[in-house]
Design a protein around this ligand. Structure first.
Ligand SMILES: Nc1nc2c(ncn2[C@@H]2O[C@H](COP(=O)(O)OP(=O)(O)OP(=O)(O)O)[C@@H](O)[C@H]2O)c(=O)[nH]1
Length: 297
């Protein structure tokens, strides 16, 4: 047996900290020990006090003030500083015993998951060497994105980017499902859980369809509706992105309502399965309806 953990990632406001808190509560209810690591140097309020908090090493507020950096540059600086002082993270984690699930609460700045190499290095440190933690990434995207389909595909692309960059077991999660409950039919929802590029064709908010659509150049008046603003070229770009995601065929979503025990249990069982799958390197059979939206599609 070895240590295991989950890296909770996703754009700002996706519900990462809420998910971490609900997951910790769920683990406690089920008498499973966990170790909570906050890696967001700007996070302030926690439902559960972190066992390890990056802010005890460095805080974004101090960096922004002392280095005259903005929030994004400041965050990158904080992570570079963490990488130079890895003992801060690795020493306490060495002490965590095998039965614990280590929950890492990550910042929401998307660039961290898409185009700076810090996180892959951090993941290597956690997954290899003496720590040797079996990890699974949990990437959250807010369910309300599904009302704006190009935005949903853009979010899906960022999930895919994190998946490719980190090269670790990975599950995608549509968070805040309670906010779209009753607004979208079950069959329609399935097309988001396993992203269907046809959603863009069928988008009810598109005003002009197909080849007749007039070519528009560049950015338009923000007062215009989304569909007109996108124009034919953006439309084609969106479709190409959706097709790319479909061709890659590894991106699908689980549903999460952070207040719902069943949904938390299902997501946790996925995290467990992804970790065990990675450990055993053998495929596992789907277990319940949530698996319809599994990594296997
Ligand atoms: N309705 C609903 N709201 C949620 C849910 N999860 C989170 N929220 C709300 O969404 C907002 C953002 O949630 P956080 O958990 O702070 O999101 P985060 O991803 O940690 O945010 P950053 O750390 O700023 O990136 C808060 O107001 C939460 O109460 C959910 O499942 N349902």
């Amino acid at each position: 047996m070895s240590k295991y953990g989950t890296l909770v990632m996703g754009p700002a406001g996706a519900g990462k900290s809420t998910f971490c808190a609900s997951l910790i509560q769920h683990l406690q209810n089920n008498k499973r020990p966990c170790f909570y690591v906050n890696l967001d140097p700007a996070a302030e309020d926690f439902a559960f006090e972190p066992d390890l908090d990056i802010k005890d090493l460095i805080s974004l507020e101090d960096v922004m003030e002392e280095m005259s950096l903005g929030p994004n540059g400041g965050l990158i600086y904080c992570f570079e500083f963490l990488m130079e002082n890895l003992d801060f993270l690795t020493d306490p984690l060495e002490e965590v015993t095998d039965e614990y699930l280590i929950v890492f609460d990550m910042p929401g700045q998307i660039e961290l998951y898409t185009h700076v190499p810090i996180l892959p290095d951090l993941v290597k440190t956690l997954m290899r060497g003496s720590l040797n933690i079996n990890m699974c990434a949990a990437y959250l995207l807010e369910a309300t994105f599904i009302v704006d389909r190009p935005k949903f595909f853009s979010g899906t692309l960022s999930a895919m980017s994190a998946m490719l960059m980190l090269e670790m077991p990975h599950i995608n999660i549509l968070s805040k499902m309670d906010l779209v409950k009753g607004q979208v039919a079950k069959r329609e929802l399935k097309r988001f859980l396993d992203p269907d590029p046809g959603l863009l064709e069928d988008d009810p908010t598109r005003k002009v369809k197909g080849e007749e659509q007039e070519e528009t150049k560049g950015y338009q008046d923000p007062g215009e509706t989304k569909s007109v603003m996108s124009g034919a070229s953006f439309d084609r770009l969106n479709k190409a992105v959706a097709q790319l995601i479909d061709d890659f065929s590894m991106v699908s979503f689980l549903k999460l309502d952070a207040q719902d025990e069943d949904s938390l249990g299902a997501v946790l069982s996925y995290i467990d399965d992804a970790i065990q799958y990675h450990e055993a390197q053998e495929p596992k059979e789907p277990k319940d309806e949530f698996l319809e939206a599994s990594m296997d599609g």
